[in-house]
Each structure stands twice: as C-alpha cells, then as structure tokens.
Ligand binder design. Structure first.
Ligand code: C2E
Ligand code: MG
Ligand code: MG
Length: 760
C-alpha cells in the first residue's frame, strides 16, 4: 500500500468521510471524483470531486444510488464522458458479507483511462470496507458535544427562517449564512439561487458581507455555462466537496481571483433540492483544507431543506402579491398598484401628471370582431404604452379599455400634453387582428398633482376621469387637462343624474312639439316630439341639456318609453279634435333602444293604446346609433317597419360612413343635420353636402327633411337644392300642445309673410 493510502486510512479513523473520498481519488490514477451513497436514509450521500471535474458529481451520485437500489451491477460502468467504477460497501465490522445487506455504495469517476488494475481494484474494495466502518462508527464524546451544539444551531436557524417573509428575507439569509460559516469555521460562505429562466446562478447571501451591489459583483449573477463549477451547481442533487487542483478551470480561478480570494481553497456545497429540481446551493469555502463530519453534512442538508422551503414560500407570496397588483390580460399593474404608486411618489415629494387614456369606440370593435380580437388589441396597446415610457414613469390598466400613465416629475401641463399626444400617436398605429387591420384613436384626460395640494390618488384619478369625459364629449381623439371649471360641469352632470331619476317618478317631464312644414306651400306635415324637463328652480330645460346624461346613465330607456306613449296619446287627441288631419308624429329614439330588447314591444303597446294608425308614427334614430352595430340595428328596424311604422335617420350627414349602408337600412326619411342647414345659403361645402344627400335620398326613394332652419336665405337655398321639407326656429319653435292648436286649425303657415318678416 502506498504512503498516500496509509495517510487516508489513518485519517479515516477520525470518522471523516470526505477525506476518505479524497483519498480514493488520489489513490486511483485518473479518478476525478468519488461518491459515497449510504443505505441508511439518515446518512447523506456525499460527492468529492476535483474542482475542474465537478460536472460529473450529479451523474456519479445517481450511478451509485442506482447500483445500490438495483444491487449492482458492480465494477466498470461506462458513462458518456467518463467511466464509472461502482463498489459495494458491505455492512458489519468484519466487512466480509458481500451477500448480506449493503451499507452503501462507493463510486469513482475515471477520465481518460480504461479498467482498473488488479491492485487498484483491491485498494477500492478496501476503501469501501473502511467506508462501511466509518458510516457505522460510533461518535466520540467530543463529537457528542459538538453534535449538541450543532442541533442547537439548526433549531435556532430553523426558527428564524420559519418566521421569515419577503421583506425580511435578505437579512435572514445573511444571518443564517453567517451563523453557519462561523460554526463550521469557513472563511467564506454563500447561498446561490438557480434562475432557470435566465440560465444563471444568482447570489442571495454572502459571508463575510460584501458591501457591494450584486450587479457589480463578479460572482453576483453567473451563467451556468460560465465554468464547470457553476455547471455542476445547476443540477446538483447531493452534497459536493471540491478541492482546487493544478488543472482547475482557468475561467473559474479568474473569477475567484477577481472576487479577491486566494487560489488555495476547499469548497463544499449542499444543494437546495425541491422535488426533481435544484433550486440553489449553499456553499462553504475554506482557504486551507478542511473536512466536514457526517453530522455536519446532515445538519447542512436539514438547513438546505428549510432554505428551499423558505425561498419557494416567499416566491409564492410574491407571485400572489404581484397577481393582486397586476392585470391578467396585459401584465400591467392594476388599479390598486397604481394608487399605491401615486401615494409612494407623492410621499417622495414628486410632482405627477396622471394621464387617463381611453380607447375611442372600443366596445364597437369588441362586439364586432369578437372578444379575442379585443384582447389582442388591448395587449398590443399595453405593450406600446409600456415600452414608450421613461423608467421613472408608470403605466397601469384599470380594466376594459382604460389605461393610466403616471408621469413623474413632469414639466407642467405642457409636458404632460405633449406626452399624451405621443401616446395617442402610438395607440393610433394600426393593429393586425384576424387578418384585418384595425386602428383606434384614443382620448386622454390629464390631472396634475402640482396645483392640487394633497390630492389623494383616488382624487387625482377622479379628476383625470372628469377631463377624459370632457375629451370624449368634445368629439374624442383629443387630450383635455383637468381644471376647476370642468369640475363644475361634472358636478352639474352628477346633479342632473340624481334629479332626473326623480323627474320620471314625480311627473316633471313634458313633451313639446316642433312642427315640420312643406317649404313650397307651407303645409304642416309633421311634428317632432321633444322632451323637456321641469327642473326644480330652473324652469323648462331643453333636451340637449340632459339627454346626453340620461343616455350615459341608461335613464333614457324609461324617458323614451314615456315620451313615446305621451306623443302617441297626444296625436290621437288631436286627430279626434281635428278629424281628417294626416299629421305625422316623429319621436326620437336613443341609440341604446336598439340594443335593449323590448323596443318593438313598447312601440306596438303605445300604438294599440292610442289607436293610432302605425304609418302616422315615425321613429327618429341617429346615424351614430346605426353605425354602432349595423346588423342589430337592421334587425330591430325591420321589425318596427313591418308594423307599418316609419323610420327616419336623424342628424344625417354627421357620420358619413353610413351613406354606403343606406341601401341596407330599412328607412323612409333622412333628416339633414342642422350643421349643414345652418348657413347653407353662404357655404358652398354645405351646399354640396345637402345636394348629395338630396340626390341620395331621391335614389333610394326617401323623404328629406332639413333641420334647424333659422333664416329665409337658408330656406330658399334648401328649396333650390331640392329639399322640400324642414323644421327650424324660423318656422316654429317647439310648442306646448295648447300653443300648437291655432296652427293645427289652419293646417299651414304663410311662407310669404315669413319672407316679409325676415327680409323686411
Ligand atoms: P334632434 O332630434 O335633432 O332635435 C332637434 C333639436 O334642435 C331640438 O333640440 C330642437 O329644439 C332644436 N332645434 C330645432 N330647430 C332649431 C333651430 O332652428 N335652431 C337651433 N339652434 N336649434 C333648433 P332639443 O329639444 O334640445 O333636443 C336635442 C336633441 O335631444 C334632439 O336632437 C334629440 O336627439 C334629443 N332628444 C330630444 N327629445 C328626445 C327624446 O324624447 N328622446 C331621445 N332619445 N332624444 C331626444
Ligand atoms: Mg330628432
Ligand atoms: Mg336632429
């Protein structure tokens, strides 16, 4: 037996496993690693390897474990880049019962050589028997004291780790690693975490304290493929002991030197294993040689198990917290996260701008192309917003098509507005969904925190929302900055909403009737029912003042139903009072009516109750309502028309897209919007538009009515352009039923006197 083997066996009497393994490697030429896998589950497997060959550790330990489980095969075992030698460890002091139960398995990894010589085989067999003795050797008294201290340490550490949470994680890990390092007398100790997604190993705790941010540390974030040592830690399953050898990987040595360590050292690592996955590694480095006792290895395994539990628990808590603060669809922070951020920034004394972004007419697209397509659009837009921001800014999705961006330390309102317009440009870029290119405009409401001392996140959001509302009602695709006048308007809107609910209940709605005449002979042809509200303290309020609010708050459905009933009843009364009148009653229907069920029903109910011939009722629907969902609109309109009721498109010309759809719409009348009629006498563009509409109407055999005539010139121009019917203040204001009686009696107005009054 060589001198080396004597040395090894001497040391073995002291009960140190890794010395024995180190000895096996040294005694067998070409051996680069040794693994000991004891049968007893209370004992830990250990791998000893030359630094440069650490990559075989996992393979070698599983080879040994497999042989133990399968009771062989023993001897040579060829693996991919190395050859294994597996030796059974007989149980019992005598070590002579190879047929009895084994105490474990000793395995060697050989590189660049074939079978063992006869002499080497007997050396390995001897070493295996010694291993058997070592693993079953009873502890000495000194070892017992140390064991007690070790148990104490493990329980102290586990107590603290068990009560650790995310915010205290870092300090708890530092503390645990320090305590262990001091107990085990190691010069350096660290905990690393495997980040499989990035294929790197990340430093979590280090002893002695580094005083250097992880990003700047050469050992902070290291790719697994940087060198064989890091490669070995990726899937390490059993404790590994390494000692640097002359041929240690240069890249590793360089890294170690960069970190300021000496080149002479021993390292030992315990993997953090969860299921089949290695989550990290707890490692200790000695700048001289050192050997662990088996008890120490077992204690470290217990602590590694605790650490892996802790890390996974903190991860799960983190994920939960993140998902409570993240929007699932886009991955952006959600409303709660946004409010937290505002509070944080305001506490830090930052001046903020809150940009409340809403996509225009998103619902229409969503209904039209389907929700999958809608989701895709939202994700693309979320990405565009996210990637366009400065690192100090913050973006969130509140839900639906609403996004909020916080601009940090923004340069007043102007800075915010120009940022908003950049965002709107990005949003407007076309998106490809289901083979279609869709484009969206957006509207933005901005609230600034600088002039709103101590406004909470909720308040700022509310202000941005008010500004957004104003942007929408100004025609969308624009940005509005909040000011206190807007707040006044908003308060007004809220009060309208509140009072209007009451109005329906306490009978304070009225209907006025605006006549429509034949422009050539002055005959009264129809009246339009226009709702009015007797608002407490304010007299009769025009529809334009409260219908938009009623539409937003869905009160309009009830209002419309009430107006319809009232108007039908009124016309029936007039027909009884003035038999023979063929007056048509026009009633406005909000866009919302086309979407809710029951419109057809309430129309037929009102007709039945009033006994009105259906062709004397004409429902006015705005072009916008039809565009919103053409198919649905066409379905409802067909049903209504099949009852004999007439249909008019109101405010025609304001949404030109439906011109082409006119063919498909079951309508009888087009009402030219006031904006084209007012001043048509002097505006060539308006003339061209009116002329087009008139021609179109003729082609589709529809009646045309001009709305909002205020001057005799406009009236004359309309007639010249071929529009024979009109309503407007020039002809008559909307009137209460009693005030309309004289006109009903005469059946017409005197157009010549009208011309005389206005021109004279
Ligand atoms: P509209 O259907 O286009 O009604 C015409 C509006 O123009 C009425 O305003 C009328 O008073 C006004 N008007 C008529 N002639 C002139 C004129 O020569 N000059 C000017 N400047 N204005 C004129 P009103 O009553 O305030 O109604 C506004 C809008 O509210 C209506 O526009 C209609 O869309 C809606 N609306 C009115 N009543 C109802 C209703 O019962 N239900 C629903 N859903 N909407 C209604
Ligand atoms: Mg109308
Ligand atoms: Mg109109």
């Amino acid at each position: 037996m060589s001198e080396d083997s004597v040395f090894a066996t001497d040391r073995l009497q002291e009960g140190t496993i890794d010395d024995l393994l180190a000895g096996s490697v040294r005694l067998v030429q070409g051996a680069v690693a040794a693994a000991l896998v004891p049968r007893a589950s209370t004992k830990s497997p250990v791998v000893w390897a030359d630094l440069v060959h650490a990559d075989v550790a996992t393979g070698l330990s599983s080879l040994a474990a497999k042989a133990l489980a399968d009771n062989g095969p023993w001897g040579e075992n060829v693996a991919e880049t190395w050859t294994g030698w597996v030796e059974p460890i007989p149980s019992g002091e005598s070590g002579t019962s190879p047929d009895g139960e084994l105490a474990g398995v000793l395995a060697l990894a050989l590189r660049d050589r074939g079978s063992l010589t006869e002499h080497e085989r007997s050396t390995v067999a001897l070493l295996a028997r010694l291993c058997g003795k070592t693993t079953s050797a009873s502890a000495s008294t000194g070892a017992l004291t140390r064991q007690r201290r070790l148990d104490d340490l493990v329980s102290t550490i586990s107590e603290r780790l068990m009560s650790t949470t995310g915010p205290t994680l870092e300090s708890a890990l530092d503390w645990a690693v320090e305590r262990l390092a001091q107990f085990l007398g190691s010069d350096v100790a660290f905990l690393r975490r495997n980040d499989r997604a990035r294929n790197v190993s990340v430093l979590m705790a280090f002893y002695p304290p580094l005083g250097m941010p992880i990003e700047e540390n050469p050992l902070g974030v290291v790719p697994f493929d940087a060198d064989p040592i890091f490669a070995a830690t990726k899937d390490l399953k059993v404790p590994l002991v390494v000692r640097n050898a002359a041929d240690t990987d240069e890249r590793y040595l360089q890294r170690v030197k960069d970190a300021g360590w000496s080149e002479e050292f021993t390292g030992a690592a315990v993997p953090l294993v969860h299921g089949d996955t290695t989550e990290g590694v707890l490692a200790f480095v000695y700048l001289s040689t050192y050997t662990w006792s088996e008890q120490e290895v077992n204690a470290l395994r217990a602590i590694a198990a605790l650490l892996v539990q802790l890390l996974l628990r903190v991860d799960a808590e983190d994920r939960l917290r993140r998902s409570a603060l993240t929007d699932d669809l886009t991955g952006l922070p959600n409303r709660r996260a946004l409010l937290d951020e505002v509070t944080k920034l305001q506490d830090g004394g930052h001046k903020l701008a809150l940009l409340f972004i809403d996509l225009d007419r998103f619902k229409v697209m969503n209904d039209h192309l389907g929700h999958g397509a809608g989701d895709k659009v939202l994700q693309v837009i979320a990405d565009r917003i996210r990637t366009s921001l400065r690192p100090s800014d913050f973006a969130a999705r509140l839900g639906g098509d609403e996004f909020v961006v916080i601009l940090n330390d923004v340069d007043g309102g102007l800075g915010a507005v120009s940022a908003a317009s950049r965002l709107l440009d990005l949003i407007a870029l076309p998106i490809e969904v289901r083979g279609q290119r869709v484009a969206h405009t957006g509207s933005v409401g901005i609230a600034l925190s600088e002039d709103a001392e101590a406004a909470t996140g909720e308040e700022l959001l509310g202000r941005a929302d008010i500004a957004l509302y104003s942007a929408k009602s100004q025609g969308r695709n624009r940005t509005v900055v909040f000011d206190h006048q807007l707040e006044g308007q908003h308060a007004e809107r809220s009060s309208i909403e509140l009072l209007l609910r009451q109005a329906l209940a306490d009978n304070s709605l009225r209907v006025l009737y605006q006549p429509e005449f034949d422009l050539c002979d002055g005959r009264l042809l129809a009246v339009e029912a226009l709702v009015r509200w007797h608002r407490p303290g304010q007299g009769l309020v025009e529809a334009a003042q409260f219908v938009p609010v009623a539409e937003e708050t869905h009160l309009i459905t009830d209002i419309d139903r009430w107006v319809l009933e009232e108007a039908c009843a009124q016309l029936a009364r007039w027909r009884r009072a003035y038999p023979g009148t063929e007056l048509v009653m026009r009633v406005n229907m909000s866009a919302a009516q086309l979407a809710v069920a029951g419109l057809v029903r309430s129309v037929s109910d009102s007709l039945r109750r009033s006994g009105l011939p259906p062709q004397l009722l004409c429902l006015e629907i705005t072009e916008q309502a039809v565009i919103a969902d053409v198919e649905q609109a066409v379905r409802v309109l067909r049903d209504i028309r099949s009852m004999g009721v007439k249909l008019a498109i109101d405010d025609f010309g304001t949404g030109f897209s439906s011109m082409s759809q006119l063919k498909t719409l079951p309508v009888d009348v087009l009402k030219i919007d006031r904006v084209f009629v007012d001043g048509v006498a002097h505006d060539p563009t308006d003339q061209a538009i009116v002329e087009t509409i008139v021609r179109l109407a003729r082609a589709f055999k529809l009646e045309v009515v001009g709305e909002g005539i205020e001057t005799i010139e406009d009236l004359q121009t309309l007639v010249q352009l071929g529009c024979r019917r009109a309503q407007g203040y020039l002809l008559s204001r909307p009137l209460a039923p009693a005030d309309l009686e004289p006109l009903l009696m005469r059946g017409a107005i005197d157009l010549t006197s009208l011309a005389a009054v206005t021109t004279g």
